[in-house]
Design a protein around this ligand. Sequence first.
Ligand code: SF4
Length: 336
Amino acid sequence: MRLSSSASTATKPTLGVGGPTPSAEVLERLRAAKALATDALLIAHNYQPPWVQDLADVTGDSLQLSRIAAEHPARRIVFAGVRFMAETAKLLSPTKTVLLPAHDAGCSLAEAITADDLRQWRSAHPDAIVVAYVNTSAEVKALADVCVTSANALEVVASIPTLREVLFLPDVFLGSWVKRTLGRERMHVWHGECHVHAALEPGALETALADDPEAVVYVHPECGCTTSALLVDDPWRQRVRLLSTTQMIEAARAEQHRRVIVATETGVLHQLRRENSISFEPLRADATCPYMQRVTPELLLGALERNEGEVTLDPAVAEAARRPVLAMLDPTVRPW
Ligand code: SF4
């Protein structure tokens, strides 16, 4: 069994590798291609580059987008994001064509645990409920009992009987936050991490709070500073909010403070700034996900015009992986 303290990836994870915005001519070509692709819905994750978010029909978090796509009449779903996200869309829309333009876009967090890792871990805890963050491969989801997002992890884990043992994977920061918040003792957390969020460290959070006494800080629960965010003393505690990306966008609409420091991938700043008149600054300006940056105009055109980048899943894996996703969405089908 591998209990890694950092995620394993096929390529060396980096930060701050955002590409240039395409020229006006290229953007016009993309808009024209999208207008012709009347059977396609272009959905973009909140961490995608701004020009992709502006081109998309819908932006949001991965589960939100997958649910919207499932209910939309479009026959093709073009998912500007990374692989586990497109797989989740395919799970919820099995009869639709799901296209991932950046077909090799992985995720350091999803790659922190494999199906074999989980089989071994589970065999050592045969009675445990396995809780998988949606940032996992379909093969890993297929071995889980229920999935969670950063927005609903507390609610889902709280619904598991207190005496049941819980295996939470793969994010150590999110899992530790859930465990601490709920005071669950029989909960084991896999030591995986997203290298982008892990780089948002406690020292940076404390410095931001000290340097700008008028600002509030929005912290994503995947961040390395999550534990620190929970432990900061008054009066700082009143200025720290642990929020998923969707919750950040909602919270910003009612924000009373004039300045917000944002501790997550910098792509979400685009929507926050576009929709609100207050100031949003990143905790780290180079907190940019290299996988999210793999999308290019050529790859988007390939998906929109030539159906390139289709995501397919083994039918047995897909059926097994759909079950924990549905258990997350519908408490009446949870296996406890
Ligand atoms: S920001 Fe982190 S969790 Fe999100 S896709 Fe990138 S590596 Fe994965």
